[in-house]
Design a protein around this ligand. Structure first.
Ligand code: FES
Length: 154
């Protein structure tokens, strides 16, 4: 919580105690701990003197801001039509098998969370996914096993 308060303070010093500080604050918190929970949103609302609903509305608009705890590595597989046609289902199955979790879940050791996302703008190189901010393209089940093993060892 102290970390969150520090981020809020830093962003307010930089952007002012105004609404325009909201996105930088949300991004700062996501960079630090990968998600922004209700308690954080209430702190932000108080600090910026706006409603918690306003903070929640903004946070939930951005699909990359999670409102509950996620793993250290958040995998977002593209669920849009082109990746779907290029075999996204096989990729998802390989991820679920390798991680031993289902879509929407986090591994017990809190290392990986498996989510879907809309088009990543990498359609010509699909199927595609992101792990945190790192894109992976031309995915195959074999590549998935290799990528996850590499991340496991990080
Ligand atoms: S449809 Fe998957 S990246 Fe665009």
């Amino acid at each position: 919580m102290a970390e969150v308060a520090k981020i809020i303070q830093e962003k307010i010093e930089r952007y002012g105690r105004e609404r325009k500080a909201l996105i930088p604050i949300l991004n700062g918190i996501v960079e630090k701990k990968n998600y922004v929970d209700n308690e954080d949103m209430i702190c932000i609302a108080k600090a910026l003197d706006i409603s918690a609903a306003d903070v929640y509305g903004t946070a939930s608009f951005y699909s990359f801001i999670e409102d509950k705890e996620v793993g250290k590595y958040v995998i977002r597989i593209c669920k849009s039509i082109t990746c779907d046609m290029k075999g996204k289902h096989k990729i998802l199955k390989a991820l679920e098998d390798e991680l031993r979790i289902k879509l929407g879940e986090t591994t017990i050791n809190k290392k990986f969370t498996l989510l879907q996302t809309n088009c990543l703008g990498l359609c010509d190189s699909g199927p595609a996914m992101l792990i945190n901010n790192e894109p992976f393209t031309h995915l195959t089940p074999e590549k998935i096993h290799e990528i996850i093993r590499n991340y496991r060892n990080k």
